[in-house]
Each structure stands twice: as structure tokens, then as C-alpha cells.
Design a protein around this ligand. Sequence first.
Ligand code: ADP
Ligand code: MG
Length: 371
Amino acid sequence: MATSDSIIIGVLVTNRVINKLMKGDHSMRGYDRLVQLSKAAKVANVTLYFFSAKNVYFSKAVKGMIMDEQGVWEKKLFPLPDVLYDRLATRDTKSLSEQIRREFDRKGIKKINSISYFNKGEVYTNLLKNEKSNKYLPETKWFKNEKELITFLDRHSKVYLKAARGGRGRSVLCIESVESNGYQYKYFRDDRLFTGKALNFNELFTFIQKFFKDRPFIMQKGINLLKVDNSNIDFRAELQRNGEGKLGITGITARTGVKNSPITTHSSAYTLEQFLETVLYYPQEEIYLIKDQFETFLYDMYHALEEAYGPFGEIGIDFGLDTNGDIWFIEPNAKSAKVSLYKAYDKETYFKAFLNPIEYAKFLMKSVRNN
Ligand SMILES: Nc1ncnc2c1ncn2[C@@H]1O[C@H](COP(=O)(O)OP(=O)(O)O)[C@@H](O)[C@H]1O
Ligand SMILES: [Mg+2]
């Protein structure tokens, strides 16, 4: 039964997820995350329900789905949550979900994360202003016109074009200049690597327009990432605040991409230790050194992001190591799916990644109630 300090967390998801749960269909991607979160809520002794924007009534009550002790889903009417855990990818500012987010903000409902998605171009502008973070940023510019793109391609032998609001490597186009003025481009679609050639800039630009349509995108210097057997390596760190509001690193994974792929999504993952020891064969002293550098970098980036956007309970940070051993920031994720953590780590660490934001939600409410 609810005790005086027990809290309610509402997890905002798509209508599709809610409909499937109602039908007892568990086939959606990420179903396991719903289960993990529900189990973590039990452990933390809080009420946690899932809802979509359509299930909020007159901003007074919410029809939500909750998992009981036996793992059975129940539909119930709940009060508005104390804390919102926004797991929705919707970016449309006119959407119902966005209205709900604004309504919850007006009501002063706490949030795990200050914002629910990062715009890659804005992130760059914000982090460039900060002394602690700017040294880790590969040169990045908004795409404005063809002339600037030509200059950018002349300056860097490898360039990444990325939609400002991407995800899962779907809106990433990697371009390399080849001799005799042509270009080679690569991208991933439907789990497959595609490669194309353009004989000149005009041909390339026609393809770029088809690729991004009218979506804004950035131009970014290609980082000369460390490779193993022709596979790019990059890293994903899960940083989270705990029940005391204290920031920690839940896990760092090394991701190896498909051979010759420009992205490391759809990859195998190792824990950082496994990777340094058993793939790179680094000696212990060097491992300590790298872990130390990674930690400094990660905490600096997290704090820089908080300075720009406000507090976060968790951020997944993508970053790379180049062939000179320098660290480069790739992007932050406000809604990490924790896929690499799942692939590389033990069950306890994975579970901790779900428990932390819930404990953090309790911490947020404690500070409210003590004031
Ligand atoms: N500037 C870059 N240099 C080298 N690799 C990059 C660069 N930007 C992105 N990548 C690769 O592409 C992947 C996806 O890019 P990312 O910016 O994380 O977008 P998404 O939102 O699709 O995850 C990264 O994990 C990394 O492997
Ligand atoms: Mg990414």
C-alpha cells in the first residue's frame, strides 16, 4: 500500500506501445525495458505506470498500464504522476505529446531529464561555449548552402552529414573525397550498408537532397576512429544520477561496427575493460590511464550539458578514440535504449540502469517535500 513517501512515476511512451500492451501483444522492440523498469519500481517501492498522450484526461487523471507482481499488465486510472519519465521520441512541436509535456511543465511535475531529445546542431553550439567541453568537439557546422559544403568537403577528407534529430544511425551519411574529384558515400538503411559513388559535387548534392529531404542537418569532420579488423570502434557510456542525486557511470561499452561501416550501430559490444584487455591487449597501467581520461571527459561533458539545458537524471554519451589516442565527443542521448549495456554487461548492471532513474525520481521528490 502507498506510504506517505511513496511516489508515482509516469512513463510517457507511444500510443502504439500502449495499444499493444492492452492487447497483450509484447512483440514491440524494447519490451524488455518496460519489464525491467516495472521490476525496478517494485524494488524501489514506487508506483510506475506507462501512458501515452492520448490517455491523459483533462490533465487530471491518466489511464495507464501497470505490470503486477505476476508480470500481468493491467489498465488502471491513476492520478497525474509526481515525476515524468519521458521515453518518447516525438519531436513534432504541435503534437499532442508536446502539449502534454507543456501542460505537465506548467503544473510543476518533475522530470527525470530536462529535455527528452538533443538537437545535434544545438548541442554543438552549446558545448562550444564551454571551456571544459569544447576541446572534445569535432568541427561541426549547420548545413546552410552548397558553397559551404564544398569548402567543408575540401577541408576534411571524410565528412559526416547527420540529421539534427537522428537516431540509431538512420540519418547518418558518410562522405569521402576520392581522387579525380569524385566522392564515395555510405549509409545504413534497414540493417544494410549501402555505398554509392558520385562523379562530381552536383551528383553528390542531388543524392544528399534525396537523403535528407527538407530535414535540417549538420556537417561534421569525420573522426579517424580506432579500428579493429576494418571495423570502426566507438564507445557508449551510460551516466546516471542515483538516489542521492549523485552522478555515476553505470557502464562504458566499446562498440565494433560491421566491417567498413561508417556507424557502429548494429554491432557487438564489449565492456570497456574487456575491450582494452582482450581486444587491444593494453597493459594494466595504460588501462588505468585511459579509464581515468574517459571519466574526466564524461563528467565534464555531462556537466556542460547540464549547464546548457538544466539537470538530467541520465544521459547516454557516444564518443570515440582516434588513432592518436585523442578523445572525441560524438553525441548525447537523452533516451538511451541501453542496448550496448545489455549486450556487454551482466544482468545486475543492466538492472541498475533502470533502478537509478527511479531512485533519482524519489530523490527529486524528497527535495520537493523537504522544502
Ligand atoms: N564525426 C564522426 N566521425 C566518425 N564517426 C562518426 C561521426 N559521427 C558519427 N559517427 C558514427 O556514426 C554513429 C551514429 O552517429 P550519431 O551521431 O551517434 O547519430 P545517431 O543519432 O544516429 O546515433 C556513431 O556512433 C559513430 O559510430
Ligand atoms: Mg548515437
